[in-house]
Design a protein around this ligand. Structure first.
Ligand code: GLN
Length: 284
């Protein structure tokens, strides 16, 4: 008979030997997911024996994790800004830094009567859905080049109860075909900003599992900042605001790109690691 505690100990050892960081937390989170418990509630169930089907599933999930598949894809959901998002390898795993981006916009516009927002590269829909939820007077258009990503974002909007506030569209920002909507008050994007050089050195978890097109522009990491800033004259109102998440080391370059494209009052906010992370500007 294998108890919860035995299996956590064994699998911690297994993941540790495979080189997985924080093996115990990984082992506990996977088991908690299978048993439909909160992680800390495992501690109240240490003596509970595992059923055969639970053991089979646990082994499968541990094997996937040992091959460096991100925990979030194995569990299939992520919490972002207190909301639950379904994810798959078709979408970038939402990151805590990106919560800062959503938070900035919510703080700036929470008292505004009506606000029309464009989210470019929506992925799982995490930014668009969070904004729809916390800015009740908003209407949002969310685009992505990936049909699979849009399908997941649509599901997430439904499960979070904001389907009526977001229009999702498959769109390539680099194509010459324009969106039918314009006159946005806000444009937001967390673009693929990793340089082709840095991409080579990413961890296995990112490089082998997350969608490459969501991570890197396969160039200098600035192409999306460039194209989005330059298309603001089509999509953004005069006086409208542009918000980006910044990749490491891009702060000055992106400030230059925004200035060149007629943005003023540009400001940058750091993340918890003291790295320039969010940039915003006002369109002249
Ligand atoms: N908008 C999503 C996020 O911020 C996806 C971004 C992306 O795919 N680059 O997590």
């Amino acid at each position: 008979m294998l108890t919860v505690l035995d299996s956590i100990n064994l699998s911690t050892e297994y993941l540790k030997n495979k080189g997985i960081e924080s093996p115990r937390i990984n082992a506990e989170l996977i088991l908690a997911h299978i048993l439909k418990l909160k992680r800390l509630d495992l501690y109240l169930s240490f003596d509970r024996p595992l059923k055969e089907d639970e053991i089979v599933l646990y082994r499968q999930f541990l094997k996937r994790r040992s091959e460096f598949e991100p925990l979030q894809y194995i569990l299939g959901t992520v919490n972002f800004f207190g909301l639950d998002f379904k994810i798959s390898p078709a979408v970038l795993i939402p990151r805590p830094e990106t919560e800062l981006l959503a938070e900035e916009i919510i703080n700036e516009f929470k008292d505004q009567e009506f606000i029309k927002i464009l989210d470019i590269g929506t992925g799982s829909g995490n930014i668009a859905i969070t904004l729809a939820k916390f800015l009740p007077n908003s209407i949002i258009i969310a685009t992505d080049i990936s049909v699979e990503a849009i399908a997941i974002a649509v599901e997430n909007a439904k499960s979070n109860g904001v389907s009526d506030k977001i229009i999702f569209a498959v769109n390539d920002i680099f194509s010459s075909e324009n969106l039918t909507e314009n006159n946005f008050d806000v444009i937001v994007s967390n673009p693929p900003y990793i340089t082709s050089q840095d991409f080579k050195n990413l961890s296995k978890e990112l490089k082998d599992y997350e969608p490459k097109a969501a991570l890197t522009d396969s160039s200098n990491g600035l192409s999306f900042y460039d194209i989005i800033s330059s298309k603001c004259n089509i999509y953004l109102k005069k006086g409208g605001k542009l918000f980006f998440e910044l990749g490491y080391g891009h702060s000055e370059n992106v400030q230059e790109i925004m200035k060149k494209n007629h943005f003023i009052s540009i400001s940058v906010k750091k993340d918890y690691q003291n790295i320039d992370r969010i940039i915003r500007g006002e369109f002249l």
